[in-house]
Design a binder for this molecule. Structure first.
Ligand SMILES: C=CC1=C(C)c2cc3[nH]c(cc4nc(cc5[nH]c(cc1n2)c(C)c5CCC(=O)O)C(CCC(=O)O)=C4C)c(C)c3C=C
Ligand SMILES: [Fe+2]
Ligand SMILES: [Fe+2]
Length: 334
């Protein structure tokens, strides 16, 4: 006879951990400083020797940037907190619903909260013997995908009894991802009261040096944009946003592209950020607010920002298909 509180329904033995970049706990200078200190101390993100970089980070960067960034966060903060956290949580809830009771879906952030370590331990305690790590970056980059997996493996290194692990591969050219983006863009363009002269695909930038060192990120971005352009039957203008620091970054830059367009006769634009699985500071503030302002100030007449896939029906169906493919052998083995 089982005790009354013994679970009669089997506990899920398979878990999926959605991972995104991370965001401050609050839109104030203190919380942003804490977040930036962790983020920008990651040697996968800033590839400058620690002895040189830490004095610059602790000196000029962490005394000036947090206040400026906190102001930016305040403009996009929601009742559910940071948009990045709110959207990632909503994606986890929707995927939980889609997979049903036999798969435990959770979410974590590479920097800040909820931490990867904390959520992996909770999943293990809940009975997960097999865990799929899913860094939600369509384009592989050492500064995003690899560091998310690194962090998970550091947590596993502290476990006596580790779960079995798989990692979600990049999906920059996956037909399901391209189709979801195309449906999203087509639907949004249909509701516009203007026909854009250009559709811009803005990806987060990276130092040019990482391309020369063999990071596939730039190639992945270009291929996503080519395939999406083919699906939409119109070429996209590719640009790279969010430049950080003094080194040369991937070009062309989104801000200078937007500022130059009106003088070239391109006065109506639609812009999307296909490399972000969730809307966040970089899309909502940098593109939708500042990008709009600078484009209109340069003589543009019409500007629209097209939201990320987020927890839209097509976005969740796409993620479910990608994750289910990775879980295939595991689910059959149960
Ligand atoms: C989508 C892919 C991303 C890549 C590639 C990436 C590289 C990268 N980023 C920085 C510096 C900053 N990024 C910041 C915010 C931020 N970056 C991404 C994604 C990628 N970054 C996201 C999703 C976010 C948003 C976080 C949020 O809370 O909404 C920031 C913080 C904000 C600010 O102060 O501007 C910094 C700094 C570097 C240096 C880098 C590659 C080397
Ligand atoms: Fe970034
Ligand atoms: Fe930015």
């Amino acid at each position: 006879m089982l005790p009354p509180d013994h679970p009669t329904v089997p506990r899920p033995t398979i878990g999926v951990l959605l991972i995104n970049l991370g965001t401050p706990d609050a839109a104030d200078t203190r919380a942003v400083r804490r977040y930036l200190a962790e983020f920008l101390s990651d040697p996968r993100v800033v590839e400058i020797p620690k002895l040189l970089w830490q004095p610059i980070l602790r000196g000029v960067v962490l005394t000036t940037r947090p206040k400026k960034s906190a102001h930016a966060y305040q403009q996009v903060w929601t009742d559910d907190g940071s948009p990045l956290a709110a959207v990632t949580r909503a994606q986890a809830v929707a995927l939980k619903e889609a997979f049903g009771a036999d798969v435990l879906v959770d979410w974590a952030m590479r920097y800040g909260n909820p931490s990867i370590d904390d959520r992996l331990r909770a999943m293990k305690a809940a009975g997960c013997e097999r865990i799929l790590l899913a860094p939600l970056y369509p384009q592989y980059c050492a500064a995003t995908t690899a560091t998310a997996n690194d962090k998970a493996f550091v947590a596993l290194a502290g476990m006596r009894w580790q779960p079995a692990i798989r990692t979600l591969p990049p999906y920059y050219d996956d037909p399901a991802y391209i189709a979801a983006l195309a449906a999203n863009v087509r639907g949004a363009l249909e509701t516009l009261d203007f026909a854009p002269d250009a559709v811009i695909a803005s990806f987060h930038g990276m130092p040019q040096r990482t391309l020369e060192l063999g990071d596939p990120y730039h190639c992945h971005c270009r291929k996503t944009a080519r395939l999406l352009g083919e699906a939409l039957e119109r070429p996209l203008t590719v640009a790279f946003q969010s430049r950080f620091g003094r080194a040369k970054w991937l070009e062309p830059a989104t801000d200078t592209t937007l500022e130059a367009m009106p003088a070239q006769g391109i006065r109506k634009v639609a812009i999307l950020a296909p490399g972000f699985s969730a809307d966040c500071l970089e899309t909502l503030e940098e593109l939708a607010i500042r990008g709009r302002e600078s484009f209109l100030a340069a003589g543009g007449t019409h500007f629209t920002y097209l939201p990320c896939l987020n927890d839209s029906a097509e976005g969740v169906a796409m993620l479910r298909a990608l994750l289910a493919r990775e879980l295939e052998g595991w689910r059959r083995a149960e």
